[in-house]
Design a protein around this ligand. Sequence first.
Ligand SMILES: Cc1ncc(COP(=O)(O)O)c(C=O)c1O
Length: 435
Amino acid sequence: MTIQADRTLEAAIELARERYIQRRPVGAAMDAEARRVMPGGNTRTVLYHPPFPMRVARGWGCRITDVDGFDYIDLLGEYTAGLYGHSNDTIRDAVRAALDQGLSLGAHNTYEARLAAAITDRFPSIELVRFTNSGTEANLMAVSLARVVTGRPGIAVAVGGYHGGLMYYGGGGSPVNAPFETVLLHYNDIDQSVAALHQHADSLAALVIEGVQGSAGCITADVEYLRALRDATSELGIAFIADEVMTSRLAPHGYCAAVGIRPDLITLGKYLGGGLTFGAFGGRADWMARFDPSSPDALPHAGTFNNNVLTMAAGLAGLTEVIDDAVIIDLNERGDRLRRGLHEAVSPFGWCATGHGSMVGLHPVSGPVRSTADLSEANPHLRELLFLELLERGWYIAARGFIALSIEIADDDIENFIAAVTDVFAENPELRAAI
Ligand SMILES: Cc1ncc(COP(=O)(O)O)c(C=O)c1O
């Protein structure tokens, strides 16, 4: 991009930000209040965007209303956790029924084993499962289990991988990461990755990998890449942990099953809790059995809310009454149509659409995007302008260009969104400066 184009883009963003502020006085006031008591007014970093973040008052179906009264169609889908939309009747009924039986029971309840059965039925490599409160915790537990069973300390992860707030490997890794010894693999680079696994095998307990890197920008792994990692980890005695916190939604039995990979452990989260706080890890029965508290040398796995009744009831209703194979296939076909339509609309301007099924990324680079290195030239200002312009037209996506469809999104919404994006590019020449 030329210096002149960059200046024009900055001016366009200033205008878009100003318009955003002017039209949202309630949001601005609430942000100022929040800043008095929370750092940056925020308790979940990903939700921050300038000039101040969207603040939503209510949601129903696939729609949300912000605190200033503007309505949007929600294509962010709570970063994949909102698969069921905001007000699914079946899930609401299940939560109400659980609520009527009382909270904080301090004992096993009538839901958890049924949810565990629904999960082991759905995901073939999960023979036994345990619940946590988040995907982050699920990954920490899975890695910790692998460290015990292998007797080795370290982990291998892909550059750009996101496995939770304490396991983030974009941009050289986060300073608040859990202090595991870490070997970095280049996503989709078989030679480098397999060589690194061999080189560090003696110290590696586990490989943790996403079949589609979600937070990194919806970057899909080649199936041959995943197979090469599976073969190498089997040969070297390294646990293969598939992080399916996002990708389990991409096929009826999860992404690994769809591409023919059998991990040792899988981690889950997001929508599987029916929209409530959730995580799970599971896999090989011989490893998971180490947590059996009736055995004398059982590993501990604590968590006051691991089996909280609202999550267990909501997750169970969602898995057994709301989605089935057909719903999941349909959702992901709709996502594929969206991605194709978006790519067609933006590729003439040097942008691309990435992802798989119901997870879609929009990027100001021409692609193909096979690893985060291919996004290094993506101009964040271009993303911001698209985001703010879409908000003005009543569409909500992640500021970084991430989209996750809910089952409430209809075919018309897909068509209308592609038309909205086409319109934004037609009306904003600055966005076309990606080329
Ligand atoms: C692939 C992946 N793993 C783990 C996590 C962490 O899950 P949670 O936010 O529930 O801790 C996320 C969250 O976005 C994720 O995308």
